[in-house]
Design a protein around this ligand. Structure first.
Ligand SMILES: C[S@@+](CC[C@H](N)C(=O)[O-])C[C@H]1O[C@@H](n2cnc3c(N)ncnc32)[C@H](O)[C@@H]1O
Length: 228
């Protein structure tokens, strides 16, 4: 009989509500102009379903889908650092709670690829939205200093929200969201400088805690419901 750890599969049950995503991505998702969304590192979150109910189309990608296909439609197994097949297609590209799992090099690459997956037409520019930014003030300062305020914004999400979150989720909504507009001026070289600046700021990386270690140790399918 296999021992407990041999039976474990690394499926992460996120259990986050649609309200949390509305709060952290807010207006960018709600806008009537936004019809097509790509959710990168979507895992098993309910975000797509909630947005589809509002009449928008959402494609979910995650490299884990190759071995753990999700429930529902419109998903593909893909790596955030290689989104060639998704280029220029989406009004908004979002990613929640994924960047913290990547090293700095892959964070920069994933950001470049995500910006590349947004539309860039004369009249309309796509937006990339990443949550959470753990060190919002630091990143905001860096972006301003380097002259990127026109394309990249670090917005606070916690205050003045009318959306109700569960007690378990409140601490998840205290960070900032990073928005990057696929501006015409954001050519490949500037995009590389911007994304490397973001990655090396460490703002998307979370300091590991004892709780993380415990969660990883006890991660099993269907029972990983520990609130984060
Ligand atoms: C903590 S879960 C977050 C899931 C979901 N976005 C949410 O908010 O609940 C992180 C997800 O990112 C995925 N992931 C990590 N690195 C990735 C990569 N390089 N490309 C695609 N997906 C990735 C993992 O497979 C996992 O499903």
């Amino acid at each position: 009989m296999p021992r407990a750890h041999e039976k474990q599969k690394k499926i992460e049950r996120t259990n986050k509500s649609a309200a949390l995503y509305r709060r952290v991505f807010g207006e960018v998702i709600a806008s009537d102009n936004v019809q097509t969304i790509l959710d990168v590192g979507a895992g098993d979150s309910d975000f797509a379903e909630s947005v589809v109910q509002q009449g928008k189309s959402v494609e979910r990608i995650d490299f884990d889908y190759a071995t753990n296909p999700p429930v529902g439609e419109n998903w593909e197994a893909a790596d955030a650092t290689d989104l060639g097949d998704f280029r220029g297609k989406y009004d908004v590209v979002i990613s929640s709670f994924m960047m913290q799992h990547l090293d700095q090099k892959d964070q920069a690459k994933a950001l470049q690829e995500m910006i590349g997956a947004t539309v860039n037409n004369e009249g309309y520019r796509g937006v990339t939205a990443v949550y959470p930014v753990y060190k919002g003030n630091k990143l905001r300062e860096r972006l301003e200093k380097a002259g990127f305020s026109d394309v990249a914004i670090v917005a606070d999400t916690g205050a003045n929200s009318t959306v109700e979150l569960s007690l378990q989720e409140e601490h998840l909504a205290v960070y900032s969201t990073l928005y990057i507009v696929n501006n015409k001026e954001l050519d490949d070289e500037r995009k590389k400088t911007l994304t490397e600046l973001i990655a090396t700021s460490n703002a998307l990386t979370r300091r590991k805690t004892m709780r993380d270690m415990a969660r990883r140790a006890f991660m099993k399918p269907g029972v990983n419901t520990v609130a984060r």
